[in-house]
Design a protein around this ligand. Structure first.
Ligand code: DOR
Ligand code: ZN
Length: 437
């Protein structure tokens, strides 16, 4: 991995691990943390970063990214998406398979993995499709993808739900034998045909066809039962409804191996944003109500929801600058994830910096099966790190984000906290808003 970038040693001074205690210095040699303490000196030839009292966290891990390559390069490439990830503080990500061709074969997942390694800004782990062509009717060759050089450990039809219960059951059983996880986009498509917005007061007033929350809740209930029976690991993508939380809570209490993610936008934004009819707010699952966002924040703090995952979904302007019904669903997420999480959950006192490390790094690394990410900040551990300035408020401008597309719902918003630098195995991949060259 990391074929292009050569590793240099690194000294980070004046930094506060997890935002706790007095600032310390951290020395990294050959990609590993070798010293933590006061007044440390740089190894010969080392790069150094004066963190000026900023916070040191384990590098972020995104379980849900759309990189669009192959086939959607007008919206994003593995290179531009990796740059956005590094600038957002991420050291690893999982690339969803709804590309063209779909990542449902060893050839495609190996291509994505290899290209990610060549770019070398973030560890790119391809997610394999559950069904051939995301068609929902024939299971893809999960074993071949798992055994390929891409070593796929997460499978999903994201963008589509694995709606057929028999296919879902078999996929869970098979994934379990491969030590892999099935990540379900929970949406009963029979209940959401033609849906354009959260089914509720706002959609009625705007005359938009509704996406009922029960379409999510019922699939999650079904899949928790199937996962229990198979003894398999099930991950629920982008939970959006308060009712789904009760299902997950009960399943976890019953010992089902279920984990769940929430997106930054489902923590912060509601369907009140839809009154502008600006398709930048169109996303699947849709923005819901203030009751739902409040419940998501509480569930994340409590651990019913395990992680924040971006669902970074770049769309070129031709897919977004259209009338509402014709626009594709999705929002940029990688470069704004930390700031939105801080705004939604840290400033409200629901999460501290340990909590941020848990939901953006430690738990996603565990769920994705990445032994070298989400590790404690300690001597002997791999130097996958993110430095965060909690005072560094910034104003979001889609045009300034490094993604090829600029479909951010936070345009013009002032958000708290900046990523000062990102470190992948000791190599600085982003610093002061610029990607390492
Ligand atoms: O809003 C979304 N965009 N939801 C999905 O499930 C898919 C994604 C995309 O690929 O654009
Ligand atoms: Zn999805």
């Amino acid at each position: 991995m990391n074929e292009q970038r050569s590793t240099t040693d690194l000294l980070i001074t004046n930094v506060r691990p997890y935002g706790e205690g007095e600032p310390v210095d951290v020395v990294v040699r050959d990609g590993v943390i070798t010293e933590i303490g006061a007044g440390l000196t740089a190894p010969e030839g080392a790069e150094s970063i004066d963190a000026e009292g900023a916070i040191l966290l384990p590098g972020f891990v995104d379980l849900h990214t759309h990189l669009r390559e192959p086939g959607g390069e007008e919206s994003e490439t593995i290179e531009t998406g990796s740059a956005a990830a590094a600038l957002g503080g991420f050291t690893a990500l999982f690339a969803m398979p709804n590309t063209d061709p779909v990542a449902d074969t060893a050839v495609v997942v190996e291509h994505v993995r290899r290209r990610g390694d060549e770019v070398g800004l973030v560890d790119v782990h391809p997610v394999g499709a559950v069904t051939v062509g995301l068609g929902g009717t024939k299971m893809a060759e999960l074993g071949t993808m798992a055994r390929s050089r891409a070593r796929v450990r997460m499978f999903s039809d994201d963008g589509r739900c694995v709606n057929d219960p028999l296919i879902m059951r078999r996929a869970l059983e098979y994934a379990s034998s491969l030590d892999a996880v099935i990540a379900q986009h929970a949406e009963d498509h029979r209940l959401t045909e033609g849906a354009q917005a959260h089914e509720g007061v706002v959609a009625s007033r705007l005359g938009l066809a509704g996406w009922p929350a029960t379409a999510e809740e019922t699939i999650v209930a079904r899949d928790c039962a199937l996962a229990r029976e198979a003894g398999a690991a099930l991950h629920i993508c982008h939970v959006s409804s308060v009712h789904t939380l009760e299902v997950i809570r009960a399943a976890k209490a019953a010992g089902v191996r279920v984990t769940a993610e929430v997106t930054p936008h489902h923590l912060l934004l509601t369907d009140a944003a839809l009154t502008s009819y600006d398709p930048v707010n169109k996303v699947n699952p849709p923005l819901r109500t203030g009751v739902d966002t409040a419940a998501m924040r509480a569930a994340l703090a409590e651990g019913v929801i395990d992680v924040v995952a971006t669902d970074h979904a770049p769309h070129a302007s031709q897919y977004k600058d259209t009338e509402w019904a014709a626009a594709k669903p999705g929002m940029l997420g990688l470069q704004t994830a930390l700031s939105v999480l801080v705004l939604a959950c840290v400033e409200s006192g629901q999460l501290d910096w340990r909590g941020v490390a848990r939901v953006l790094s430690e738990r996603p690394a565990e769920i994705g099966g990445l032994p070298d990410h989400g590790r404690p900040i300690a001597v002997g551990e791999p130097a996958n790190l993110t430095i965060v300035d909690p005072e560094g408020a910034w104003t979001v401008r889609g045009a300034n984000l490094v993604s090829k597309a600029s479909n951010t719902p936070y345009e013009g918003m002032r958000l708290p906290a900046t990523v000062v630098a990102t470190v992948l195995r000791g190599t600085v991949t982003a610093r002061d808003g610029k990607v390492a060259s």
